[in-house]
Ligand binder design. Structure first.
Ligand code: NAP
Length: 474
């Protein structure tokens, strides 16, 4: 596939027509090329978005809603093809890719309805000579920067509320996954949207990123990615006081109490830890098991992980695909060596699979402690580190002992304990006996160094709206 940039309603090869290759992480084969945009390309994309903004921002709710529904339908009609490309480019299994495409599509369906709710309200101050009202207005040109691990859904989770709000957008996907973004844009092209409403730039983040962020016409930056890059974006955006939303990294605790249904908890850990080979911001990164049930949980988990099928995501029985690249493999190995040096035991896995592709064995590690990289940082791989706790108080305290605050999970059948977990855990998203709590209708976002703002639900659209208050004397 030869991907292009997209602005002003059509594809462009880039001013200097420079390209970079995109690999399949399961085979290391080149599957396409994308354009290394130049700062002038970026400027042209922002020109297009700025010029389109006045008309699009004044379009009726109804017209915007119809556009969103048409996008939902276009994705749904091409679901299978998109899922195959996603697997080839990112590596996850076909079943997971299909789930991601459906999840992405649903943001357009959901915000097609939410668009009708984005109005303000009347304010009656306590005097009879004035009245006032608030209006919700689109913030302006929005830049949407997305990661490689959910390269389709993360574009949708931002683009749907941005368009619903009346913003025009410039999307910057990750270098590892520009092809799915380009295929999506070429589908959107067939819908003949107003030129300039949607724009796409790809390439070197050190060239494209600053060009986007420093452009004064950009009024919103919505970023999903690592905390390190998010911090840089926030600081660079300070120059123009640009509004920033950040969906950053996590370090999710997964706590299993001795009153939990153990089979259910094992299924929860498997879903929460091994989906997308563990490359998920909300993946269980630290698993805490109450002492009396620990031997049983470890035994059952080792059995379940032993049965996982690792392979090319295109094969129908594959459950775990490759990691994204060599850096990802290196990070997992560094974390495992650090843990072993500090006394942890690898129960199963722990090795890279030989041959092409970045495959890593599903791995269970026990005897983990709080000093290890495995529990201090996001491992972003198929490694489940377990440690043991004694009391509820210890469990919650240890879970909160991190600068991150994206998601946390608790397995218990005790209602009081579940309620205390919901109150005491310092995370934006808490799954109680629920390993996959993310929903299109629900707000997702992090506390502390996991981010600012929310995506999804009725709060998702607010990130792209400004409030205007009008006071009128009569
Ligand atoms: P990343 O390295 O931070 O990159 C994210 C995006 O930022 C990519 O498009 C990247 O481009 C771009 N970027 C890098 N440097 C930039 C700069 N100076 N200016 C502007 N853009 C720049 O993260 P990643 O490795 O793609 O994704 C994994 C991370 O995302 C994990 O930490 C994960 O937890 C997090 N994540 C969070 C959520 C959430 O909802 N909170 C969801 C998914 C992922 P290049 O790819 O070209 O470098």
């Amino acid at each position: 596939m030869e991907a292009q940039l997209y602005y002003g309603g059509r594809g462009h090869p880039g001013i200097h027509a420079r390209i970079f290759a995109v690999d399949n992480p399961a085979t290391n084969e080149v599957i396409g090329n994308a354009v290394l945009a130049d700062p002038d390309d970026v400027s042209l994309a922002v020109d297009a978005a700025s010029q389109a903004f006045p008309q699009w921002s004044r379009s009726s709710f109804r017209d915007r809603s119809h556009v969103l529904l048409a996008i939902y339908q276009a994705i749904t009609d091409h679901r299978e093809e998109l899922a195959r490309l996603l697997t080839q480019e990112e590596g996850k299994s076909l079943a997971e890719s299909d789930a991601e495409i459906r999840y992405g599509a649903r943001f357009f369906e959901y915000y097609a309805a939410q668009v009708f709710q984005s109005y303000g309200h009347m304010i009656f101050p306590p005097m009879n000579s004035h009245t006032g009202w608030t209006a919700k207005v689109p913030v302006g040109v929005a830049v949407l920067i997305t990661p490689w691990n959910y390269p389709f859904a993360m574009i949708c989770r931002k683009m749907a509320p941005a368009l619903a709000a009346g913003c025009t957008v410039v999307v910057k996907p990750a270098e590892q996954t520009p092809l799915i973004a380009w295929r999506f844009f070429s589908l959107l092209h067939t819908l003949a949207l107003q030129p300039g409403v949607i724009n796409l730039v790809t390439g070197d983040p050190e060239v494209v990123g600053p060009a986007l962020i420093q452009d004064k016409r950009v009024r919103k930056i919505s970023f999903t990615g690592s905390t390190a890059v998010g911090r840089r974006i926030l600081s660079n955006a300070a120059k123009n006081i640009t509004s920033v939303s950040l969906e950053l990294g996590g370090n999710a605790p997964f706590i299993v109490f001795d009153d939990a249904n153990i089979d259910d908890a094992i299924a929860g850990i498997m879903a929460c830890k091994f989906r997308n080979a563990g490359q998920i911001c909300v993946a269980a990164n630290r698993i805490y098991v109450q002492r009396s049930i620990a031997p049983k949980v470890i035994r059952q988990l080792v059995k379940a992980a032993t049965g996982l099928v690792v392979g090319n995501g295109m094969a129908p029985n594959t459950q775990i695909g490759p990691l994204i690249n060599q850096d990802a493999i290196d990070k997992v190995i560094t974390h495992l060596h650090d843990a072993e040096d500090k006394g942890a035991q690898v129960e199963i896995g722990g090795l890279r699979r030989p041959g092409p592709g970045y495959f890593f064995e599903p791995t269970i590690v026990t005897g983990v402690n709080e000093g290890m990289l495995l529990v201090r940082e996001e491992t972003f791989g198929p490694v489940a580190p377990l440690s043991v706790f004694d009391t509820e108080e210890d469990a919650f305290q240890t879970a909160n002992n991190t600068p991150y605050g994206l998601s946390a999970y608790v397995y218990t059948t005790n209602l009081g304990r579940a309620m205390r977990a919901s109150q005491l855990l310092e995370f934006g998203l808490i799954g109680i006996n629920d390993p996959i709590p993310s929903r299109v209708e629900a707000p997702i976002g992090g506390w502390k160094e996991s981010g600012l703002g929310r995506e999804g639900g009725d709060q998702g659209i607010e990130e792209f709206l400004e409030t205007k208050y009008v006071s009128m004397r009569f």
